[in-house]
Design a protein around this ligand. Structure first.
Ligand code: MSP
Length: 664
């Protein structure tokens, strides 16, 4: 018996520095759809995903959370695995780069490269972007910012190990020039080629300013650069052994057929990775697809903007398959896709509830109503049937072609093309009209048979994308999903099958009015969580490290010392306070300054209650000319600090001070 053809597909391994959002989920769901489709078409598939657990970013975030890096990643990885289970991701293996076996194999790989002379020791001086774990030269870092993510880079100088990228530069150019299929989409290939042609600097592949990484075997005070550690996951997990004892699994699956990654990490996968493999004398992966990004309403998702969409929340509101459908259908091949809650509701109603849900429901209901659920082929065909059959039997190869071209959104649209054609067929044949005429009963039966057959084919094609829905559909039709080789045939639905008597609504229409308040609650909870995190950080992070604490205000005209000396500041004690009746903003305080009591009106009612004010020692400008505010006399001013968001704090002495003490 001939062995099945293999197909090895990988996702990026995700940083468990935080919970994954819908953008990450999109990539994994797409890989899952591809893996399922390949399995359906007879391949022996290996589907690998996992987590990239080392590096300074993880070390930092663990520290901020007061746990060890290992404890931190264990927790997040647990949630990531749960998410993939929820999303029905059919991965075969999950790599964690903190696994002993991976660690050992990466060290062997390092040794092999070192012994070969591709790695040497030198001194690194340059810029480093911690969030991206990427090194940049002064020229590459635009205005001191990382060219990938736009965040500030930090100066780094340390003794380090380097990899001789330049040695392999020409070989890499040849690869990219001669293999247009290697990197998709095509436009990305040209970007990479011009980057390489500018000349590749040797790559710094070790760090010694933090510990959370795999130790350099020949020099344990260094850890191996996280991208060398991460990229090699694709071979270590399937059993690559640098000492020549690679496993059968490795021999069977390497080179990978497809590395699915996001557009931001193409450079790592099409420059560093092929070069590392060349250094190891290993064949190169057949294809890298750098997919576009999913943007929230056109914006990058970020916790600080409070616009992150998590798959878990979508699943709660819409279900697993609706979430899978949205990300698969809405992502173009090359340009970024857009997600908003409103768009999800719209798609849910138009495609899932109307086109698919209604079709199945109507077909099952009509079969019950007109034939007690029994579906029969009577052979009473009409010309209109031909086009339906052509669309249905041709769908398989159209879907296959789109999948081969990595155009997953187009592939799922082809599947829905079957369901759309069925709906049109119902309009064309008008079963409810046929039902009125006894003589047309056999024609009516044939129409319903054609629908049941077409839906079965459509559901079988749908399985790679929305597995649960596909199963539910055939369960209602009391049949099974079909094998790929049968999907270009028509008429295999068993004659006389009785469909379910109680059709299940697959996707109940949603009303945006019901959904949006739930979305608001999700946003609100996210905002609160972010604020709490920031507050927690604030206690531990020195103010100068927090960029958001720096506020620039418009500079006022310079004053002389004499000008300053004209202002009289003293400590005052608030002895009573009440709201000003005619105003929503003002509080009126009686403030004792030395032996005098001054009445001071301040616009701080939004921030303090009168009760909170009483007893506070505050900073008072006492020689301000008295004026009336909302009809109430004010004889001074309480000084406050205000941040960019308009938050306000009264200035109080840092140590106990008597009321009346001069501020100078
Ligand atoms: N750990 C590295 C990958 C190492 S692979 C050997 C990494 N991790 S990541 O968690 O930051 O990103 C993982 C993937 O998620 C990347 O491919 C990235 O492009 C993708 N995405 C992050 N945000 C995304 C969207 N908003 N939309 C689509 N994909 C997105 O990079």
């Amino acid at each position: 018996m001939q062995d099945k053809k293999t197909f090895y597909i990988t996702t990026p391994i995700y940083y468990p520095s935080a919970d994954l959002h819908i953008g990450h989920t999109y990539c994994t769901v797409m890989a899952d759809a591809m893996a399922r489709f390949k399995r359906a078409t007879g391949y022996d598939v290996r589907f690998l995903t996992g987590t990239d657990e080392h590096g300074q970013k993880i070390e930092k975030v663990a520290q901020e959370n007061g746990v060890t890096p290992q404890e931190y990643v264990d927790d997040v990885v647990g949630r990531i695995k749960k998410l993939w289970d929820t999303m029905e991701i059919s991965y075969d293996d999950f790599i964690r780069t903190t696994e002993d076996r991976h660690v050992k194999r990466v060290q062997e790989i390092f040794n092999k490269m070192y012994e070969k002379g591709d790695i040497y020791k030198g001194e690194y001086e340059g810029l480093y972007c911690t969030p991206c774990e990427a090194f940049w030269t002064e020229v590459q870092a635009v205005d001191g910012k990382c060219p990938d993510c736009g965040r500030p880079v930090e100066k780094a100088k340390e003794e380090a190990y380097f990899f001789r990228l330049s040695k392999y530069q020409d070989q890499l150019i040849e690869l990219l020039e001669n293999n247009p299929e290697f990197l998709q989409p095509e436009a990305r290939r040209n970007e990479m080629l011009s980057f390489i042609r500018q000349g590749l600097d040797d790559l710094c592949i070790s760090r010694s300013t933090f510990d959370w990484g795999i130790q350099v075997p020949v020099d344990p005070k260094h850890v191996i650069y996280v991208w060398l550690d991460a990229l090699t996951n694709y071979i270590t997990k399937i059993g690559y052994d640098a000492d020549g004892n690679s496993s059968d699994l490795f021999k069977k699956n390497w080179p990978a057929d497809l590395h699915l990654i996001g557009k931001d990490i193409i450079r790592f996968h099409t420059i560093y990775w092929p070069i590392f493999l060349m250094a190891l004398d290993l064949p190169l992966p057949k294809q890298v697809f750098g997919h576009p990004w999913l943007l929230q309403g056109g914006d990058k998702m970020s916790k600080s903007k409070g616009n992150v969409i998590y798959a878990d929340d979508m699943v709660d509101l819409f279900g697993v398959d609706a979430t899978r459908y949205f990300v698969l259908h809405e992502m173009p091949f090359e340009n970024d896709g857009v997600i908003t809650w409103e768009l999800v509701v719209e798609r849910f109603n138009s495609d899932l509830a109307n086109i698919l849900g209604n079709l199945v429901n109507r077909t099952v209901s009509m079969s019950n109503k007109y034939f007690s659920g029994v579906v029969r082929s009577t052979g009473v065909t009409e010309e209109v049937d031909e086009d339906l059959k052509a669309v249905v039997t041709g769908a398989r190869d159209r879907v296959a072609q789109k999948m081969k071209d990595l155009r997953v959104a187009d592939a799922i649209s082809e599947v829905f093309g079957v369901f759309r054609r069925c709906n049109k067929y119902i309009d064309e044949t008008a079963p409810w009209v046929l039902a009125k005429d006894e003589a047309k009963s056999d024609r009516l039966a044939e129409v319903l048979y054609n629908l049941a057959e077409s839906i079965t084919v459509g559901a079988s094609l749908l399985y790679s994308f929305l597995p649960e829905t596909a199963e539910k559909i055939v369960a209602q039709l009391h049949t099974q999903l079909r094998g790929f080789e049968e999907l270009n045939q028509f008429g295999l639905y068993e004659n006389g099958t009785k469909v379910t008597g109680t059709p299940e609504i697959l996707f109940a229409r949603l009303d945006a009015k019901d959904v949006m308040p739930k979305v608001e609650a999700i946003r609100e909870a996210q905002k609160k969580e972010f604020e709490a995190e920031q507050r927690a950080l604030g206690e531990e992070t020195p103010a100068e490290e927090k960029a958001e604490d720096v506020i620039d205000i418009e500079a006022k005209e310079e004053i002389t010392y004499d000008d300053f000396m004209k202002l009289q500041f003293q400590v005052g004690e608030i002895i009573s306070c009440e709201a000003v009746e005619k105003s929503k903003k003002l509080l009126c305080s009686q403030v004792r300054v030395g032996s005098e009591v001054k009445q001071i009106v301040s616009g701080i009612r939004k921030y303090y209650t009168p009760e909170e004010m009483v007893g506070k020692k505050v900073m008072v400008l006492v020689n301000l000319k008295p004026a009336k505010l909302a009809g109430v006399l004010s004889e001074g001013m309480l000084l406050c600090a205000e941040d960019a968001e308009g938050n306000l704090a009264l200035m109080t002495p840092e140590k106990p001070m008597p009321a009346g003490a001069e501020i100078c």
